[in-house]
Design a binder for this molecule. Structure first.
Ligand code: SF4
Ligand code: SF4
Length: 171
C-alpha cells in the first residue's frame, strides 16, 4: 500500500482533525524569522517533491472536480486550438468578482474525462501550477490550509512539514 493513500472520502475528516495543528504550524512559520523566505521555500520543496512524485493525480482528479478553474486570455487562446466551443465554458462575471479574468464555472470541469484532463497539453496555467507551495510558502500557507481537505498532496505535505518543523529551529 502506498505511503500516501488517496482516500477522498476520509480526507476532509483527516484535514479537519489536523486543522488546529496546521494553524499552529502557520504561526510557527511566521515566527521563525531567522530562516529566510527563500530558505524556507527550498526546505518545503524538498519535503513536497517526493510526495508529489508518489501521488498519481490521475487516480484523484479532485481539484478538477471541486475547484473553479481561472484563466488568463492566453489560456483561452491555447484551449481554443482544441476546444472549439471554449467560449461556452467560460464565465466572466463570477471571475471578475474575485479579481480574475475568466473561469470555467462548471464542476466537475467539463474537460475532465474519466479522471484525466482531455486537454492536458493545453490546460490553463492555474491547472499546471496547482497545488503551488512556493514561492513564499510562509505567506501562502493560509491557502494551503484551505486545500488540505481537498488535495492529498497538500494534506500529506503539511503533515510532513509539521513532523519536521523542529529542523528549522536548529538552523
Ligand atoms: S482543464 Fe484539465 S487540468 Fe484543468 S481542471 Fe479541467 S480537467 Fe483539470
Ligand atoms: S493536485 Fe491534488 S487534488 Fe489535484 S489531482 Fe493531484 S492530488 Fe488530487
Amino acid at each position: 500500500m502506498s505511503e500516501y493513500p488517496i482516500d477522498l472520502e476520509r480526507l476532509p475528516a483527516l484535514a479537519a482533525a489536523q486543522h488546529d495543528e496546521f494553524k499552529v504550524l502557520r504561526y510557527q512559520l511566521e515566527a521563525i524569522d531567522h530562516v529566510s523566505d527563500e530558505a524556507l521555500d527550498k526546505w518545503v520543496n524538498e519535503i513536497a517533491m517526493p510526495i508529489i512524485e508518489a501521488i498519481d493525480c490521475t487516480a484523484c482528479a479532485n481539484c478538477c472536480r471541486q475547484l473553479d478553474v481561472y484563466l488568463v486570455p492566453e489560456d483561452r487562446e491555447r484551449l481554443a486550438q482544441v476546444v472549439p466551443n471554449v467560449d461556452d465554458l467560460l464565465e466572466y462575471e463570477r471571475a471578475k468578482q474575485v479579481g480574475e479574468w475568466a473561469c470555467i464555472g462548471e464542476k466537475p470541469c467539463p474537460l475532465l474525462h474519466n479522471k484525466r484532463c482531455s486537454v492536458y497539453a493545453y490546460r490553463p496555467q492555474s491547472c499546471r501550477l496547482y497545488p503551488q507551495f512556493t514561492p513564499d510558502f510562509r505567506w501562502v500557507i493560509g491557502d494551503m490550509l484551505e486545500g488540505a481537505g481537498l488535495c492529498p498532496i497538500i494534506y500529506y505535505t503539511l503533515v510532513a512539514i509539521q513532523a519536521r518543523i523542529d529542523e528549522l529551529y536548529h538552523d
